[in-house]
Ligand binder design. Structure first.
Ligand SMILES: [Fe+2]
Ligand SMILES: [Fe+2]
Length: 196
């Protein structure tokens, strides 16, 4: 059975994973070509990753989904504590990465390796974080939530997506997403995927 709350989380994970993998590909491509990467696209990608999960995705998980899971599955407390910790550190981590990118852009090749390593670590940890949610949290919800749990959670998620609640809604990010799409390599973008 489908549930709006899980569908929303899952769709956002897919969009974020595509963006993270595209960032990796963009860096690999520029390294292979011996050129500096397209800094404008990289900046747009990091800005998107910075804003979208922090303002829209993580709050839904930490404020709505995780407490409901914890109430039904106390044995997942340690997993949820780690995921919440990742959320709390997420903003700092992406700001550090944005600074490392700026250093690369301003200072040139001497800062390239530092940025590339930081980007690799960031992408790996973020993908791992989402994998834990997909393999431990979402299946636990499917297994343990009752009809009443779903009614509350789905209603909260649908309300949360409403711009009138004060949360930024996904449509606000569409122009930025489209701009990235136009320049980024596949699988996310329409740009040329040289290593496809
Ligand atoms: Fe998360
Ligand atoms: Fe997530």
């Amino acid at each position: 059975m489908r549930h709006a709350s899980l569908d929303i989380i899952h769709a956002e994970h897919q969009a974020l994973a595509a963006m993270l993998r595209s960032l990796q590909m963009l860096l690999a491509q520029s390294r292979r070509d011996g050129k500096t990467p397209d800094f404008e696209v990289l900046r747009a990608m990091l800005f998107y990753i910075d804003e979208f999960p922090e303002r829209l995705h993580h709050p839904k998980e930490s404020e709505l989904l995780f407490p409901a899971i914890l109430a039904r599955c106390p044995d997942l407390a340690h997993v949820i504590a780690k995921l919440d910790q990742d959320h709390a550190r997420g903003e700092r981590a992406v700001r550090d990465l944005e600074h490392a990118l700026l250093a690369f852009e301003m200072m040139g090749d001497s800062r390239r390796v530092a940025f590339e390593r930081a980007a690799e670590t960031y992408v790996r940890q973020y993908l791992e974080h989402m994998a834990v949610e997909e393999t431990e949290i979402l299946p636990a919800a499917r297994k343990h939530f009752g009809v009443d749990d779903w009614a509350v959670l789905d209603a909260a998620f649908e309300a949360n997506a409403d711009p009138l609640t004060g949360h930024l809604a996904q449509p606000d990010y569409q122009p930025l997403f489209q701009r990235i799409l136009a320049h980024a390599p596949a699988p996310i973008g329409l740009g040329e995927a040289k290593d496809a």
